[in-house]
Design a protein around this ligand. Sequence first.
Ligand code: NAD
Length: 466
Amino acid sequence: MISMTIDGRKIAGADTYDVVNPALGAVFASAPDCREAQLEEAMAAASTAFRNWRSEEAPRREALTRAAEIVAAHADELGRLVTQEQGKTLVNAVREVNGAAGRFRYAAGLEIPTDIVHDRDALRVEVWRRPYGVVAAITPWNYPVISAAGKIAAAVRAGNTVVLKPSPFTPLATLRLGELLREVFPPGVINVISGGDELGKAMIKHPAVRKVSFTGSIDAGKHIFAAAAPDLKRTTLELGGNDAAIVLDDVDPAAIAPRLFWGAFQNSGQVCSAIKRLYVHERVYEPLAAALTELARTVRVGDGLDPASELGPVSTEPQLRRVEELVADAKAAGGRIRVGGARTGSRGYFFAPTVFEDLPDHARLVSEEQFGPALPLLRFTDVDDAIERANATQYGLSGSLWSGSTERARALASRLDCGTVWINQHLVVVPAAPTGGHKWSGIGVENGAEGLLEFTQVQAVSLLRS
Ligand code: NAD
């Protein structure tokens, strides 16, 4: 069995839990279930390792560079685990792992700034960036490896140590990542444990933790924020989204349809920043709706390990039930299904790519995050109205504007209340771009120089020259 990593050692769980392959709808492996005593060991190891790890930058850069090489060298192995436990196609799983290697490489090259904010007469004031100490990192099931890598890379580059827990639905690739990183980082710098939500709660409460880095649902994010408050633990939250894409009247529908389709249906819609509401100007509505319907009808859905598959299953049984529930609600709310609308396949958690239209904005498929392969199309005639509807939500992760004129779309970008705005694209992610949510979609950012700074605290050092 793939083991946990605590203090640089291989730790098997005394207890285990089942891991399901969503393409089969059946258990295919098991994972260690971390006990309380093992959590204590992980926290103690991370606390001890912090004493040395915090001081020298060169070993941190070297370890991150080596981590990038090792992860890239194991991209196929890690990718297969991701496909089996999460469902996405092998091509996309390997891409995720290579993206994770890129996060390590990028962090190795980042500078931690020291600013001189005053230097006059005898007084000089420098602003340093110091690490916090032990970081509790908790990740979701949709992109397990790149989520873990992004947190680990920035946290350790800044000089922190990490105790990381993946989602109980997708623990395997992350545990294997921990095994690989044992060769690279000193004992205790990176600890990977696995278990359910209760283990996550125990991590947040633990007194050794000074910083929480969480990616997951808004509900869990709110609980975590409250649980971190009594100890004033610093908290970065990357939460759910309900991204609007707004298509203006001057686009070429045939040209943009594939980009819009994959912006919505990538990873079967299970992307925090996928297009989850598509607002289309009435002038281009029908040709665009027809093109998207055709793409949804012809895309090949199947087991991610089958090279012919372009989309895998929904990742978990509860998520499949949620998609079914929202689709049933959308039907009841008067929505019309252009394509899809039901489960497919004789086994596994497959759901046909679904396109809805004629839904009111208050239908749950429009107002809530569906996180699955069902997309509502919404008409508009006035762009001001479309922007208002896009913003009329507590979500604020990202959004996109689509126009034949990049400048026309750019001029509207600042009016979208969200952390990322894409123009004529959606879901294009680079490590240098800080990502974070407005409103309920999060607090703080990940990635980029700003994401690194989230793992540091300011120390102003004031020197009086004698
Ligand atoms: P989830 O919140 O159910 O679980 C995420 C992780 O948190 C898991 O490891 C889980 O065990 C743990 N957890 C749950 N409750 C906890 C608690 N009270 N205390 C501590 N840990 C707890 O989310 P999920 O279903 O795994 O992921 C899907 C959600 O994640 C979607 O809403 C998606 O939009 C969001 N997401 C956001 C981003 C982003 O960058 N903003 C990226 C990926 C996914």
